[in-house]
Design a protein around this ligand. Structure first.
Ligand code: HEM
Ligand code: HEM
Length: 186
């Protein structure tokens, strides 16, 4: 692409962060629901990996948000209806909120827990308790419930988001998916 040509895709950093975070969130939701089942083997280890990747999502999402504030995304197709633009914006903002709120709720849940578990991220970095969260069963249950509701909201946004992306790609054929997967660009 020449220097003067318009930028049609997200930046490499935005694309790398999008797919890394998407993969981690989908695994966190999948393994999150599985690890809470009694029959699941190696539950303790999965919990530790869950906490580790969950905090990694928090760090990467904060970085991604800061990056996004300084880098404008490529323009949306001009023939999109007002409600479609609004729906895309609400979904994106909802994702950013949940990408940050979900790890914080999980962290708050383990900080409020009375179980004497030492949390070490990737078996290396000790995870301190969130400041201001005191051990309490009632608080643990509240954060647990909010964490579970958040996961269901992520799934709802995911269905809307992927539905939208596939509609753009296969019905409108307007190159929107190629903004996140440059290899699709002709
Ligand atoms: C984007 C990040 C995260 C996502 C998408 C996520 C998703 C989930 C899901 C789907 C569940 C199962 C919900 C249920 O049935 O109760 C779960 C459970 C859990 N998560 Fe997360 N999680 C994230 C981050 C974290 C973090 C950072 C921590 C802790 C540092 C954490 C700690 C836990 C714990 C302890 C449970 C088990 C709750 C129980 O025993 O019912 N999560 N998570
Ligand atoms: C849990 C998984 C996912 C999350 C959390 C997520 C989150 C996001 C967010 C926050 C944005 C807005 C980026 C910005 O403008 O800063 C975005 C854009 C985008 N995502 Fe995802 N995404 C996920 C999965 C997917 C999947 C599976 C697809 C493809 C089928 C996809 C396709 C796209 C596309 C094409 C855009 C650009 C849309 C546009 O140009 O407005 N995403 N995603």
């Amino acid at each position: 692409m020449s220097a003067a040509a318009p930028m049609h895709t997200y930046s490499r950093v935005a694309i790398a962060l999008h797919w890394a975070i998407a993969l981690m969130i989908l695994s966190l939701v999948g393994f999150g629901f599985l690890m809470t089942q009694e029959w699941m083997p190696n539950r303790f280890a999965i919990y530790q990996w869950h906490k580790s990747f969950g905090i990694l999502v928090l760090v990467l999402s904060l970085f991604r948000l800061i990056w996004r504030l300084g880098h404008k995304p490529p323009p949306l197709p001009s023939d999109m209806k007002t409600w479609e633009v609004a729906a895309a914006k609400v979904t994106h903002i909802g994702f950013y909120v949940l990408m940050i709120a979900m790890p914080l709720l999980g962290w708050a849940m383990v900080s409020a827990s009375k179980l004497p578990i030492e949390n070490k991220l990737f078996y290396l970095i000790p995870l301190p308790d969130l400041p201001g969260v005191t051990p309490s069963d009632a608080l643990t249950d509240r954060f647990k419930l909010l964490h579970e509701i958040g996961a269901k909201l992520i799934l709802l946004l995911f269905v809307l988001h992927v539905g939208g992306a596939l509609k753009h790609h296969f019905v409108a054929k307007d190159g929107t998916l190629a903004r996140m997967i440059p290899a699709l660009r002709r």
